[in-house]
Design a protein around this ligand. Structure first.
Ligand code: HEC
Length: 107
């Protein structure tokens, strides 16, 4: 077992690593296709806050996913400043949740 554990960990990394990578890339591509990246970048403020800053702000908030998924669809301001995020009404509730799940998971 002592030999097996690091070996298993290595296998885990080899199997999960590229997969996690591909997922992160496809979620970013999805956000791009929904125009989020016109105003947001992952690690710097553009028109809206950096997505990593959003993740940090709500890391301890279990209600954030539902609330932000709704806000992304309806638009709003006040959390980061006076600039308004326009409604993204073309998103389904599921798409909005998928995007916010990705944003909140950024580290
Ligand atoms: C036209 C520019 C613009 C677009 C397009 C845009 N956003 Fe935003 N976003 C903003 C601004 C500005 C804020 C800050 C709002 C505030 O202060 O409450 C924001 C805030 C957010 C927040 C944090 C909200 C909060 O209450 O802390 C999330 C999450 C978010 N955007 C996700 C998205 C997603 C996902 C998309 C794509 C569907 C998107 N945004 C598209 C401008 C934009």
């Amino acid at each position: 077992m002592r030999v097996f554990a690091p070996f298993a960990a290595l296998c885990g990394m080899l199997m999960l690593g590229p997969q996690a990578w591909a997922d992160a890339a496809s979620e970013a591509a999805f956000a791009k296709s929904k125009n989020c990246l016109a105003c947001h970048a992952i690690d710097k403020k553009v028109v809206g806050p950096a997505f990593k800053a959003v993740a940090d702000k709500y890391r301890q908030d279990p209600a954030a996913l539902e609330r932000l998924a709704l806000k992304v669809r309806q638009g709003g301001n006040g959390a980061w400043g006076v600039v308004y995020m326009p409604a993204n009404a073309q998103l389904s509730p599921e798409e909005s949740k998928r995007l916010v799940t990705w944003v909140l998971g950024l580290k």
